[in-house]
Ligand binder design. Structure first.
Ligand SMILES: [Mg+2]
Length: 472
């Protein structure tokens, strides 16, 4: 905890879908969902327009389609997001060298090197300037929270969303946090909230009043001490400049302790898919698979296994992680499970796009799968096998042709565009880019030799602004 509000938490607003709307004029102001578009995929990000329909991150895509059949459901384009993130983080690091990037669209900043003893006004000016620079350079909006600690900064970037700024002056932390639900404190899930509620504690202020001894008696030593300090706005965690990634991991915290191995296995699979995607996106592979679990009493266990060869293959990582989980006693329940790969080395993927295909189907069926979000009846959220398949020999196109919704493409005659949907031997492309008007849609055979995959477009400042109403 600092004497001045020099810690900022920056979080890009609806990042993946914001990049999609920037690159695809026809989607601006429209509900857009990025995530696993097939089978049992889940929503990664929903645009604010899609959130109005109740669509949220981690929701099953099939449920999201039910809530808003006309939303655009797109596969992620990690290379585009990575480029946009890099551009943002470069601007962030120009403000202060003390930057801890915690995810592709989130970072903590410690402004001390830039502003040794600032007042709230100077911190706000600095943060506002950064937000403006990010918008000018990338077209994206960032929300920023500021305060004397990571805790206060993080809670307030969330409250500032979207496209906002909230800086809490030193000394006002406890008072600001007091009326909030205990759920605002990291580490308070529904189970802890319910336990506290039974003692009449529903707000952060009541939690602070409870006193540290009561908190410990109620929640155990580690958890109780930590939550009581947080309730007072006390948080000593430093902003740590990250080194090159030594490991790639993903974890999830449950609302209630989970003992069901089937559920744990499903979470493990989803987490491993994310880890695999990250490895392949960053061109990394690793030899050590790590399983992390936190028990109901907050003790954390990690188990690991080291492979002969480095891997970036989701199936290989999953097999090891499942073995490690199977050997773990979960009878008292787990509140967190995580999977990671460490011992990383650079590895060049022969075809990055292939690696990013979400649950691609067995080759002979690939071109027949319908993913056209423009046709609600094509959604479904079922597996590929339910689709009527052409009889063998009916479809002359090579089995390797498969287009993902949202994918960047180029046509020799019509120029650059993106895949709006594909199925039954056809692919629908909308020809537009960041600086064009809303584009025309055309349909081709999936194996049209004039149509090829393309790199993501870039958004350059100074051209037509992406939120130009004329482009809607
Ligand atoms: Mg974000």
């Amino acid at each position: 905890m600092r004497a001045r509000p020099v810690i900022l938490h920056l979080d890009l607003d609806a990042f993946f879908t914001a990049v999609e709307q920037l690159h695809k004029p026809s989607l601006r102001g429209k509900p857009v969902v990025v995530g696993g578009v097939r089978g049992r995929g889940v929503v990664s990000t929903a645009s604010y327009e899609a959130r109005a329909f109740g669509i949220r991150s981690a929701m099953a895509t099939s449920e999201a389609r039910r809530r808003c059949p006309n939303a655009a459901f797109l596969s992620p384009r990690f290379p585009a997001y990575r480029d946009a993130s890099a551009a943002v983080m470069e601007l962030v690091r120009a403000v202060t060298p003390l930057v801890e990037q915690v995810s592709i669209d989130e970072a903590y900043l410690d402004l001390t090197p830039a502003l040794p003893s600032p007042g709230v006004d100077e911190v706000e000016e600095t943060a506002e300037r950064l937000r403006a620079r990010i918008h000018d350079a990338t077209g994206l909006t960032a929300s920023i929270g500021g305060g004397t600690s990571k805790l206060v900064a993080k809670i307030h970037s969330d409250l500032a969303k979207p496209d906002g700024l909230l800086v809490v002056p030193a000394g006002e932390e406890a008072q600001r946090l007091a009326p909030m639900s205990v759920r605002a404190i990291p580490g308070v899930g529904p189970a802890t909230a319910a336990r506290l509620s039974a003692y009449g504690v529903t707000t952060v202020g009541r939690l602070a009043e409870l006193g540290v001894d009561e908190c410990v008696a109620l929640l155990g030593k580690a958890h109780g001490t930590q939550l009581h300090a947080f309730a007072l706005g006390a948080d000593d965690r430093e902003v740590v400049i990250e080194r090159a990634a030594k490991s790639v991991s993903a974890e999830t915290t449950f609302d209630t302790d989970v003992t069901d191995r089937v559920r744990l296995g499903a979470h493990l699979r989803a987490l491993t898919e994310r880890v695999g995607e990250r490895l392949r996106t960053d061109g990394l592979s690793g030899r050590t698979v790590v399983l992390k679990a936190r028990r109901h009493d907050f003790s954390t266990v990690t188990r690991s296994v080291t492979l002969d060869q480095p891997t970036d293959d989701t199936a290989v990582v999953l097999r090891q992680a499942e073995r490690l989980l199977a050997a773990l006693d979960v009878s008292d329940g787990l509140r967190l499970v995580g999977v990671g790969v460490s011992g990383l080395s650079l590895y060049t993927q022969p075809d990055l796009l292939d690696g990013l295909l979400d649950d691609s189907l067995p080759a002979p069926q690939a071109p027949s799968r319908v993913d056209d979000f423009a046709r609600p009846d094509a959604g479904g959220g079922d597996g590929g096998s339910a689709e009527p398949l052409p009889a063998a020999g009916d479809e002359p196109e090579p089995a390797t042709v498969s287009w993902r919704p949202g994918q960047d493409v180029e046509h020799t005659e019509h120029g650059r565009g993106w895949v709006q949907g594909s199925g039954v031997g056809r692919v629908t492309v909308r020809f537009e880019g960041p600086h064009t008007e809303v584009g025309r849609v055309r349909t081709f055979a999936v194996d049209d030799p004039d149509l090829t995959a393309a790199d993501p477009p870039t958004w350059q400042p100074g051209d037509a602004p992406p939120d130009d109403p004329a482009a809607r």
